[in-house]
Design a binder for this molecule. Structure first.
Ligand SMILES: Nc1ncnc2c1ncn2[C@@H]1O[C@H](COP(=O)(O)OP(=O)(O)OP(=O)(O)O)[C@@H](O)[C@H]1O
Ligand SMILES: [Mg+2]
Length: 242
């Protein structure tokens, strides 16, 4: 069997208390394989962002077990999870989460600085990544000077700059035009297809289904189907025909 990059079992997560309680994950099982680009799809509100946050260790689940790259993160302390995440995970948030007071170069340097890199080395690598996403010449600008699609590309550069083994993205192409969307997906595919690596993407965008090695479908707080091989081809065919 292929090596698991992520394995999550019976994950439960609720928000709020009493009448306002929402059960966002209702015993979700999930598995992603090393060397693959894996998509998660499903209707709005079904728990996709919540699942990604639990897998990335930015949100603690109420019940269940989560292993990422061979480490059982549900058994770690908060400080240990933070250290693990900084070392191994790049995260592209649905809302980009750029730091408004920092330049683009500084924003993209952050993951390297957190790992202890020197400023000059970090900024050189950050500049390279900004060039890869088509933003050369804008290094000194602030996020507020950019369009939504450009901000999204900065977030992608930041997620890839420290070459993490796992890249997790919430809707990475939502604000991008078709050409830029395909450039970004080529970058993300490259980041996925190496031993010990994996890219996990939540998307509503059928234009990128063709990049997937595997697609998990979610509904109402659970993973309800997983497609790879022939079942993936028929899933993509059905989704892109309509
Ligand atoms: N911080 C929060 N506080 C309260 N409820 C939340 C919170 N985050 C998510 N929820 C609820 O949990 C459920 C799942 O939300 P989630 O954001 O995971 O959905 P999603 O599949 O990512 O949706 P979308 O496609 O619209 O981004 C929703 O009912 C949502 O209202
Ligand atoms: Mg979401």
């Amino acid at each position: 069997m292929e090596a698991a990059a992520i394995s999550a079992r019976a994950v439960v997560k609720s928000f709020g208390v009493g009448d306002a309680r929402t059960l966002a994950l209702k015993g979700a099982d999930f598995r992603a394989v090393e060397g693959e680009l894996h998509l998660i799809v499903g209707p709005s509100g079904c728990g996709k962002t919540t699942l990604l946050s639990v897998l990335a260790g930015t949100l603690e689940c109420d019940q269940g077990e989560v292993s990422v790259l061979g480490t059982r993160i549900t058994a770690l302390s908060n400080a240990e999870v933070t250290r693990f995440r900084r070392g191994h995970i790049g995260f592209i948030f649905q809302q980009f989460n750029l730091i408004p007071t920092l330049s683009l170069l500084e924003n993209v340097s952050v993951p390297l600085l957190l790992q202890g890199a020197g400023r000059r080395e970090a900024e050189a690598k950050a500049a390279e990544r900004l060039a890869q996403v088509g933003l050369s010449g804008r290094e000194r600008q602030r996020p507020s000077q950019l369009s939504g699609g450009q901000q999204q590309r900065v977030a992608i550069a930041r997620a890839l700059v420290h070459e993490p083994r796992l890249v997790i993205c919430d809707e990475p192409t939502s604000a991008l035009d078709s050409v830029t969307g395909h450039q970004i997906m080529d970058l993300l595919s490259g980041a996925a297809r190496a031993p010990g690596r994996c890219v996990l993407i939540v998307t509503h965008d059928p234009r990128i289904y063709g990049y997937a090695d595997r697609i998990s479908e979610m509904e109402d707080g659970r993973v309800t189907a997983v497609h790879s091989g022939e079942s993936l081809s028929s899933f993509i065919h059905a989704a892109t025909r309509s």
